[in-house]
Design a protein around this ligand. Structure first.
Ligand code: IMP
Ligand code: MG
Length: 184
């Protein structure tokens, strides 16, 4: 894997395709075991989580359903604006159901906290959170994450669903902004 140069920024390889897919298989096995007698609804947080959700449910061996929330918080910047907006509500009935929220990355935890608050108006049977990536040092909110793919340093990352100004989501691997690049 080569580094990526985007404008003045240098991104270095963090996780390759094989590492990502192997870990997703482990998560899928764990979830399939935990929900053996259930039909959970995987709820992806758009846009970032769509690739992870797609690969995850292909590896899950139980019956399941999917739906999506769409949130916006980053705009086109590398740092969160601190504001979350709900751009798309759920379309399914979550009352009495087992819900697995699927995120690409938990950074400050604000988005997950916001979704937790949204769920207060529903009556699901259970709610768990699954994220591919977690930046433990960036967490600012007290949120419970049940399934974690990888814990990573607090650097801006792109690829595998994660964007920079809406681009680079289609990369199969994940790259991190190198220390030599300035955060804008
Ligand atoms: P949080 O609300 O601060 O936890 O951030 C969660 C959301 O911000 C994620 O779902 C991503 O969409 C986005 N995000 C956080 N960190 C990064 C990153 O390093 N690269 C790209 N998007 C990110
Ligand atoms: Mg996201």
């Amino acid at each position: 894997m080569d580094k990526l140069i985007i404008g003045e920024d240098v991104f270095v390889p963090l996780l390759n395709e094989e590492q990502i897919q192997n870990r997703i298989k482990e998560l899928a096995e764990q979830i399939s075991e935990d929900y053996a007698d259930k039909v959970p609804i995987f709820i992806g947080v758009l846009n970032g989580a769509f690739i992870f959700l797609s690969d995850l449910i292909k590896k899950v061996t139980i019956n399941c359903e999917i739906d999506f929330f769409k949130l916006s918080s980053y705009g086109d910047a590398k740092l969160s604006s601190g504001n979350v907006r709900l751009l798309k509500e759920l379309n399914c009935d979550v009352n009495g159901r087992d819900i697995i929220i699927v995120e690409d990355i938990v950074d400050s935890g604000l988005s997950i906290k916001y979704i937790g608050d949204l769920f207060k108006k529903y009556s699901p049977q259970s709610v768990r959170v699954c994220t591919l990536l977690l930046k433990p040092k960036s967490l600012k909110y007290d949120v419970r994450i049940d399934y974690i793919g990888f814990q990573i340093p607090g650097k801006f990352v792109i690829g595998y669903g994660l964007d920079y100004a809406q681009q680079y989501r289609n990369l199969k691997s994940i790259y991190a902004l190198s220390d030599n690049s300035e955060k804008k």
